[in-house]
Design a protein around this ligand. Structure first.
Ligand code: NDP
Length: 345
């Protein structure tokens, strides 16, 4: 839809991955006329995923972008309004809440569902981006199945690297963990489990300098940090497991975040501000699956709907409330990135 100067809604949803669009589907079917601010680029991590084989209901698998397109159409079918724009500022200190987009739209909302997701961190070395989806992955659960009978590299030394390496031994003939130090960051139990696995070996004090291959991954170039020696290690795939970055910079100082920046929930999907809910990878760093994100989108939608009902706000909001003329005094002169205000509620 085209951007308007002002929109009034019961529910504003930030993000258009599985969590955001499922929240939209449920709140739209609850007659709440949600507005989704899709983010730029829209669609989240599935937009850079090729084959998705573990989303239930698609026995032949489906391409990530196609799945997002279907989510989107389903949400729109029930009246969701989607803005292909990003939120640059929000005020959840006063009710109704207010959000301003980079494209100049003001959204006045009685509740907010944050589903802005997280992004895998990448090594940022030559070959990595070119070969993403062609042997380079950041999700063993999603892509491990495609690497049956191959030798694989896992980069990282945290719990994710241990978990991914262990999982990948179901498919791979051999998994080499390449870690930049001489000790793992991972918890002892996860590290021991990985190291006891006969298919796993560790290259300590090693940094991947390049991912090799043209049409698909054929190896990695690794440098020993102590000796400086560089060597090529043949492999059929590289799993980058060096952490994720939740998309929460907008909420710093506004909503409670955990030590590593994920949105905290205080009860179910409720955040530290009453009326603001969290869903998907922006909150969940444990499961990180499209289907779990979609499930949390559903949970946040139900929580938002119930909270709105408790507050006496049922059905769609009056479209005229929050119109530009009445609200002009509160609108900021221009959208600002990361400028936020909020209070615990
Ligand atoms: P972490 O931040 O814990 O670990 C990241 C690892 O990647 C570190 O070993 C780090 O090295 C390495 N690293 C970071 N950047 C680079 C780089 N540019 N080049 C090479 N190596 C790099 O992230 P995780 O995703 O592993 O874990 C995140 C959180 O989730 C943790 O709290 C973890 O405990 C939790 N988790 C729990 C699980 C479970 O309980 N089942 C499973 C997975 C995660 P260095 O050590 O040198 O800093």
């Amino acid at each position: 839809m085209t951007a308007a100067a002002s929109l009034r809604t019961r529910v504003a949803i930030l993000g258009s991955g599985p969590a955001g669009l499922t929240a939209a589907l449920y709140t739209a079917r609850a007659n709440l006329r949600p507005v989704v601010i899709a983010g730029v680029p829209a669609g989240g991590q599935l937009m850079i995923t090729n084959e998705v084989e573990n989303y239930p209901g698609f026995p032949e698998g489906i391409q990530g972008p196609e799945l997002i397109d279907l989510f989107r159409k389903q949400a729109e079918r029930f009246g969701t309004r989607i803005l292909d724009d990003s939120v640059s500022r929000l005020d959840v200190k006063h009710r109704p809440f207010r959000l301003w987009t980079a494209g100049g739209t003001e959204i006045v909302a009685d509740s907010v569902i944050v589903a802005t997701g997280a992004q895998a961190k990448w090594l940022n070395v030559p070959g990595e981006e070119k070969l993403r989806g062609k042997g380079v992955s950041a999700c063993a659960t999603c892509d491990g199945f495609f690497f049956k009978g191959k030798e694989l590299i896992v980069a990282g030394g945290g719990d994710t690297a241990m978990e991914e390496a262990t999982f990948l031994t179901k498919f791979a003939t051999k998994v080499t963990i390449v870690h930049r130090r001489d000790a793992f960051r991972a918890s002892r139990i996860m590290a021991e489990r990985a190291q006891k696995n006969p298919k796993i070996r560790v290259m300590w004090n090693s940094i991947i300098e390049e991912v090799l291959g043209d049409a698909s991954v054929t190896g990695v170039r690794v440098r020993d940090t102590r000796t400086g020696q560089v060597k090529d290690v043949a492999c059929g795939g590289v799993f980058v497991a060096i952490g994720h970055e939740p998309t929460t910079s907008l909420f710093r100082g506004v909503l409670d975040l955990d030590q590593v920046g994920y949105l905290k929930s205080v009860e179910h999907t409720r955040t530290s501000v009453t009326g603001v809910f969290a869903a998907g990878d922006v909150h969940d760093h444990r499961y990180r699956q499209a289907v779990t994100a979609a499930g949390m989108g559903c949970m946040a939608a139900i929580d938002a709907e119930r909270w709105l009902a408790e507050e006496g706000m049922e059905g769609p909001a009056e479209e005229t409330a929050g119109a530009p003329a009445a609200e002009a005094a509160r609108a900021p002169p221009a959208p600002r990135v990361s400028a936020v205000s909020g209070a615990k509620g």
